[in-house]
Ligand binder design. Structure first.
Ligand code: FAD
Length: 452
């Protein structure tokens, strides 16, 4: 009998345990289900939907080269999979396991009517299995990474199958274009198309480009004017390439790659945090922060979102994000800290904006990084450590980066660009000056501490 392969954030054929297991059992019906209906199933943001469209297209091409194809359905996964299984006479569904709470709910619902077999493969190690000596999950990254490292190397990646057996006849499916995942008017994705090639082939090309410079990652990773990082994040989020493939390719290349591998380990760490605390994107882990006096200021929030804060490094980052769906990690930290500390706006506003605009938007990673930056997380207590954008900007040599993303400042000399005293026309004055913002944040925090 045919078996289903249910695809989610694992849109690849190589090193995909669900495909491997299914192919050994019979003809395979690969299916992707888009669910915008189920309550509490977090709706994918705009940038992610753009990526998804192209990634599904690429996956379908890969499948067709192997005598198969991708079936698209829309609605709650348990309903759609049950229906599809009935149509093709299948009982069994193979899938990779995911940590997002809505996926775990969907898995439970599917397992009620079908024989669902979950496989690992989304992370370096299965989430929930890296534990302390007394069998508890880690709260802090460093000991987590030490324990995870001891379990490396992870398995060698398995190549994509050459052929995938098709069922006697193909069931119906939706047309991808009818899902209208890509914007038309206005077409905000022009800058996405020139930067990214979603899909498995694009992911491997991106990895190959990075391998040659991986050993200089430690030196370059903090400089936004340099392409010093891998830019694999959206490919990893959508599972177009497995973490094991990235790990082995980079480790095999040799050189000093431990800093890079440690960042890939952060991804595993975030998944483990979300597994322990499924509401991590919704609540501060340090409960007291639920009573923090956040400011509600729609104008300031808008200025931050649109890159009009008057702080060049922050604005460059927010504009890079809008134009390309991605932002350099150092600048993400500066921009996030600015929203939370300088503007005193609730980190969840930032989390939501990133969710909508990042092509690598990841429920676990995004929340863990926002809570870490805000100082509200399990692993940090850094609210009072307030990043100074005007110091960070020259320190990480951001002049070229600013010039690229903030054209109003393109004629300003390097020495002045981080903190332009002569405001070029069209570029706003700072929303708030740094010493004042710092004092305001510390005062808000002190008042809040006193009440705790
Ligand atoms: P590289 O530096 O080449 O790192 C390789 C891979 O390691 C990345 O692709 C990513 O999968 C993982 N990684 C790197 N840094 C981190 C990190 N701090 N935490 C967890 N995993 C990491 N990353 C996302 O993938 N999705 C998000 O939604 C996201 N939101 C963020 C929000 C904030 C406020 C901050 C400060 C960071 C966020 N990051 C997020 C983490 C990081 O900025 C990106 O993973 C990184 O910039 C992606 O670029 P890269 O692929 O070139 O990374």
């Amino acid at each position: 009998a045919p078996v289903l392969v249910w695809l989610r954030q694992d849109l690849r054929l190589a090193d995909q345990a669900a495909f491997l297991a299914a192919a050994a059992e019979g003809p395979v019906v690969p299916v992707y289900v888009l669910d915008d209906e189920t309550p509490r199933h977090r709706r994918m943001g705009g940038a992610s939907r753009w990526w998804l469209h192209h990634s599904l297209k690429s996956l379908d091409e890969g499948l067709r080269q192997r005598g198969s194809r991708l079936i698209l359905r829309r609605g709650p996964a348990h309903r759609e999979l049950a229906e599809l299984a009935r149509e093709v006479g299948a009982r069994r569904v193979h899938a990779l396991a995911h940590v997002e709470p809505w996926w775990r709910n969907a898995e439970r619902a599917v397992a009620k009517t079908l024989d669902l077999v979950l496989h690992e493969g989304q992370y370096l190690a299965p989430p929930g299995t890296v534990l302390t000596g007394s069998g508890l999950p880690y709260k802090i990254y460093t000991p987590f990474w030490r324990a995870l490292s001891e379990r490396m190397p992870t398995h060698r990646p398995v190549p994509a199958p050459g052929r995938i057996d098709a069922p006697a006849s193909w069931p119906d499916g939706d047309r991808l274009d009818d899902w209208t995942l890509v914007p038309t008017r206005p077409d905000w994705a022009a800058g996405f198309r020139t930067r990214w090639t979603p899909g498995e082939v694009g992911a491997h090309e991106r990895l190959d480009m990075f391998i040659g410079k991986a050993s200089r990652y430690g030196e370059w990773r903090n400089f936004p004017s340099v392409e010093g990082t891998s830019r694999l994040s959206p490919h990893l989020h959508f599972g177009e390439i497995s973490a094991a493939t990235v790990w082995h390719s980079v480790a095999d290349a040799g050189g000093s790659v431990s800093t890079f591998l440690g960042e890939v380990g952060w991804r595993d760490y975030a998944a483990n945090v979300l597994l322990q605390m499924p509401d991590y994107a919704g609540r501060s882990a340090r409960e007291a922060f639920e009573r923090f006096p956040w400011r509600e200021d729609a104008d300031d929030l808008r200025a931050w979102q649109t890159g009009m804060t008057g702080y060049p490094i922050v604005d460059a980052g927010m504009r890079e994000l809008w134009a390309t769906g991605w932002m350099h990690n150092r600048v993400r930290m500066i921009a996030a800290s600015f929203l939370v500390k300088h503007l005193l706006i609730d980190w969840r506003e930032g989390e939501r904006w990133f969710w909508d605009t990042l092509v690598d938007a990841d429920h676990a990673i995004n929340a863990v990084n926002w809570q870490w930056t805000a100082g509200t997380g399990v692993d940090s207590n850094m609210f009072v450590r307030i990043m100074a954008p005007l110091t960070q900007s020259p320190k990480f040599d951001a002049a070229g980066y600013i010039r690229r993303w903030v054209p109003e400042l393109s004629d300003v000399a390097d020495a002045d660009i981080h903190d332009p005293r002569i405001r070029p026309r069209g570029y706003p004055a700072p929303l708030i000056d740094h010493p004042h913002a710092r004092a305001r944040a510390l005062a808000a925090h002190a008042g809040f501490k006193a009440q705790e």
